[in-house]
Design a protein around this ligand. Structure first.
Ligand code: HXC
Length: 257
């Protein structure tokens, strides 16, 4: 399928989606989000895909929602069309998604990165929620996901001042999983994604679901939820294969079922 605002590539069981609106620093317009969802719909259906990487350019992962597109919107238009509902679909994917972030991840760009399961950051990455400078607030989960990731003090400061946070600070604060030199970002992302995609897909999807559940429920409920799904994995062929391979001192040959 031909896309205008993204580029898509697959290698083995990994898919790479590259945001591609270079003249606008990958500002996230409606058509881009629609294309992103179309690509993700396909990868979710494709049994041959086990992990998805989302990246931007060296200069910008994404500089936010598209400001010219938003500028003249009215309340009833927003309310009826609910364009950010489409963004939610990105964050509700069941297969693992890694954000590989270099340069600016601002506003909706930071929110999009936070919808992924974890962020690998280049040492050039800069994160922020500068919407306040435009007279608005984050609208695609930023006030919620950033607060859960970095805690109230830093999230509040960033949302109220619009200050940007460099990669090192973002890592210290727990927003990013790991920082790598910018030149190595994509190679690291591919390698990490290949590692994940080589695991049993049902186990990976269950692990993702359980970690996400930690943000939605109480500790006791979450522990019960995890235990049920752990037991459930004993219905998979991959559990038998994984444990047999360990005991036979060989590599497992997962069939993702
Ligand atoms: C549309 C954008 C854009 C955006 C940058 N551009 N950000 N276009 N929407 N969010 C465009 C610029 O207009 C410019 O186009 C080109 O990209 C290059 O940007 P410059 O500003 O010239 O680059 P630079 O001086 O390097 O500054 C980079 C920057 C700055 C610091 C990232 O562009 C910036 O502050 N952008 C806005 C960041 C922001 O406020 N994001 C939040 C948006 S609101 P021309 O044609 O002039 O060359 C939001 C709400 C989310 O995200 C709600 C939920 C979805």
């Amino acid at each position: 399928m031909e896309y205008e605002n993204i580029r898509v590539e697959t290698r083995g069981r990994v898919a790479l989606i590259t945001l591609h609106r270079p003249a606008q620093l990958n500002a996230l317009c409606g058509p881009l989000i629609a294309e992103l969802n179309a690509a993700l719909d396909g990868f979710e259906r494709d049994e041959g895909i086990g992990c998805i990487i989302l990246t931007g350019s060296e200069k910008a992962f994404a500089a936010g929602a598209d400001i010219p597109e938003m500028r003249d919107r009215t309340h009833p238009e927003f309310f009826v069309a609910d364009p950010f509902g489409e963004w939610d679909r990105v964050g509700r994917r069941r297969k693992p998604m890694i954000a590989a972030v270099a340069g600016y991840a601002l506003g909706g760009g930071c929110e999009l990165a936070m919808m992924c399961d974890f962020i690998l950051a280049a040492d050039t990455a800069k994160f922020g929620q500068p919407e306040i400078k435009l007279g608005v607030i984050p609208g695609a989960g930023g006030t919620q996901r950033l607060t859960r990731a970095v805690g109230k003090a830093k999230a509040m400061e960033l949302c109220l001042t619009g200050r940007l946070m460099a990669a090192a600070e973002a890592e210290r604060a727990g927003l990013v999983a790991r920082i790598v030199p910018a030149a190595d970002l994509l190679a690291e992302a591919w390698q990490t994604a290949e590692t994940i995609a080589s695991m049993s897909l049902p186990a990976v999807m269950v692990a993702k679901d359980c970690v996400d559940r930690a943000f939605e429920t109480t500790l006791a409920e979450g522990v019960r939820y995890e235990r049920g799904l752990f037991y459930g994995l004993f219905a998979t062929a991959d559990q038998k294969e994984g444990m047999a391979a360990f005991l036979e001192k060989r590599k497992p040959n997962f069939e993702h079922r």
